[in-house]
Design a protein around this ligand. Structure first.
Ligand SMILES: [Zn+2]
Length: 327
């Protein structure tokens, strides 16, 4: 008999192939925390009677990126009951400790361990530290064998913002298709990075895109509903649900080069540009002020490009992002 928590079954392993068609809301038991209490991840599965693609919508690998969490939950409510073919799996909150601590990182109980950016450690390690063991259980007992495609939801790191922005590895046609079907503001041709969820899933032949929905720790309803519509368009293209494609705005910017302008000294910084602006090489993009409020530094665009990210938190030490451009 399975254990029940808040009326929902706890599972140590998920195998979608043995589920009857229907809607399931489960707790996945990853690893225990330092009190020995189970870390229970919410998992929703919507399985149609007809065979088809199995698509994962995941969020909250970074615990303070709440527009992603809200997008995943809205997809679950709006698209879940309409799945006619294949299966939709939604994991709205992966990094539970980070969500509770208002941080992007996984917070270990081990006094010898620092907070961990989970999105550099996939697919985890069986005998590693707490974060690696958590990911190992997640990867092997929840994901493997259950999914064909993934859309992983994030936001810009707190203190700066993005528009609706998708990372896709252009060498993988299915990933590029998903990115374009979403009709985001910007797509980056991204070859990937070691240990990133998107990259490691792509290496396992599960085409995946990373979707950035604005800024961390705040709710941006307009961006969330655009992300929801974009994901529905992807599910429509996969013929998993009836949905007309998102209207082609024709305004998606695609690029492969990022230019990050970082603070060279400390002080309060005020940007002179907005998301989406096109700036010419040499244009003033940010001004910085010292502790007395006196101008201390002006920053100019090192090259021409569109503004992809702008800082929102004015407190900037040397090396902190001010403005990011895409070419
Ligand atoms: Zn993130």
């Amino acid at each position: 008999m399975s254990e029940i928590y808040q009326g929902k079954a706890i599972v140590d392993r998920l195998d979608i192939s043995v589920l009857n068609p229907g809607e399931y809301h489960l707790w996945f038991r990853a690893t225990p925390n330092g009190l020995g209490q189970d870390q229970l991840l919410p998992v929703s599965v919507f399985k149609a009677a007809k065979e088809g693609p199995r698509v994962l919508v995941s969020a909250g690998i970074h615990g303070d990126e709440l527009n992603g969490v809200l997008t995943a939950q809205q997809i679950m409510r709006e698209a879940g009951p309409k799945i006619e073919q294949g299966a939709l799996i939604v994991l709205p909150m992966i990094n539970l400790s980070g969500v509770l601590h208002h941080t992007r990182d996984f917070i270990p109980s081990d006094p010898d361990a620092s907070p961990v950016n989970l999105n550099r450690h996939f697919p985890g390690k069986q005998n590693g530290n707490g974060a690696q063991r958590f990911l190992h259980a997640f990867w092997n007992n929840l994901l493997m064998g259950n999914i064909d495609y993934c859309l992983d939801l994030h936001t810009q790191t707190r203190g700066a913002t993005y528009p609706l922005y998708v990372f896709a590895d252009y060498r993988i046609p299915a990933a590029l298709n998903m990115a374009r079907w979403m009709q985001p503001d910007v797509i980056l041709n991204d070859p990937g990075d070691t240990g990133v969820f998107e990259t490691v899933l792509n290496e396992h032949d599960i085409p995946t895109i990373t979707v950035e929905v604005g800024a961390g720790k705040i709710h941006q309803p307009e961006l969330v509903s655009r992300a929801v519509e974009g994901i529905k368009a992807v599910l429509g293209h996969f013929e998993m649900m009836a949905h007309s494609a998102a209207e082609t705005s024709g305004s998606t910017i695609e690029g492969d080069t990022l230019i990050s302008v970082r603070a060279e000294t400390g002080g309060m910084a005020i940007p002179e540009v907005e998301l989406g602006d096109y700036v010419e090489k040499g244009a003033l993009i940010c001004r910085q002020f010292d502790a007395f409020g006196h101008p201390v530094k002006e920053y100019h665009a090192p090259d021409s490009g569109h503004v992809l990210s702008v800082m929102q938190d004015p407190l900037r030490e040397p090396g902190t992002l001010l403005v990011r451009l895409i070419k």
